[in-house]
Design a protein around this ligand. Sequence first.
Ligand code: TYD
Ligand code: MG
Length: 460
Amino acid sequence: MAKARSAFVCTECGAEYSKWQGQCSNCREWNTLTELRLGGTARAASGAGAAQAARQGYAGAGGVELTDLSRVDLSELPRFSTTYSEFDRVLGGGLVPGGAILLGGDPGAGKSTLLLQTACHLAQQHRVVYVTGEESLSQVAMRAHRLALPTQGLSMLAETSVETILAMAERERPAVLIIDSIQTMHLEDIASAPGGVAQVRESAAALTRFAKSSGTALLLVGHVTKDGNLAGPRVLEHMIDASLLLEGSADSRFRTLRGQKNRFGAVNELGVFAMLEQGLREVKNPSAIFLSRGEEMAPGSLVMVVWEGTRPLLVEVQALLDESALGNPRRVAVGLDAQRLAMLLAVLHKHGGLFTGDQDVFVNVVGGVKVLETSADLAVLLAVVSSLQNRALPRELMVFGEVGLSGEIRPVPSGQERIVEAARHGFTRAIVPRGNAPRQTPAGMEVVAVERLSKALDAL
Ligand code: TYD
Ligand code: MG
């Protein structure tokens, strides 16, 4: 008989131990190990099977055939569209049969709305089952009705037992299975409460195994904790094929969908939606949506062009410098990396001769956009200078470029396209890296190409 086994899993990094310990030896966090009681069924049984195979000298494995890598079928993954091109873009071209996708985001981000809209449209062509563990069937139906979605053909189930869901799925064999959310699911075998690391991990594992073996595309909803991690951070990461994050600030109607991991495509694509009265609408040409076109630019404001996946995006960066009352002035970056901001301020002092060590520095990217690209460096620095000197910059100025530690301005990818995009939106002046100086300057655009930070400051 299989015996119940238990293991201890770090909730931070997912490392697994057979005994409890106070500190995780992998990520060095304290008190992060929680006990996983693994049921007698699946795991213990496979353990016994392995032991038996070992005794028999792996006799059963004799029939396995190896494949030469060059002979593996190169035909494209058989993808199918989610019916939303912004969603497909982030997935790398659509859903893949057997693929497991995690859709994360804050409560209220619009995960259920996005998946309900997708499910209703997909169900017109494919077999789709939507399992809700959070809302009742009538709540979901009311929402679908209000959003005027085609509801016929979509199979619904209000259920939280993974065993029941799997039995249903084995029978129905849907092309797409949606679980909203993984935090509400539970397996009977596992002692802990739903939402705990053990339940989330084992429920996701069971569902993912089903997806792989049946060819069903699996979409799991996961809520994000305050620090931006999924409950039981990283414990799901190795099981799923793609992890997407739906984000948006509370005061903005725009929602961005970004890939954090994707075995089927690139992770740098950004999908953009607007949350309207009638649900989520795709924004297919988002390049200028984050620009607020006020009359006057305030000191500290500057527009930059970032490159998101395969598209340019014009975004405004704002800096506010204020004399610090503290011995240790604050550096706060919203939508940017705070470490990088600290580095840029050091470069500004060393190579630009401008001291900000006695100032609190706040930098914000408008519209709740997260900028992960180094092309924002120069714009951030010039916005800081603008606030420091309390001098507004011209409205029609656009800036991009990476700043190096020795004060050099480095070129970034797709320079020409960024300049063209800014010109399209009426910008007439640009400060860009020398390496990105355009061969052909768009009509009406004056481009200053600089090699060093000091030159950029002169150009200001
Ligand atoms: P929801 O999809 O329930 O979020 P999640 O599943 O990520 O928790 O979205 C809820 C929010 O979206 C809620 O604050 C209201 C807003 N919303 C609209 O503005 N318009 C709509 O048509 C819908 C359905 C929701
Ligand atoms: Mg929801």
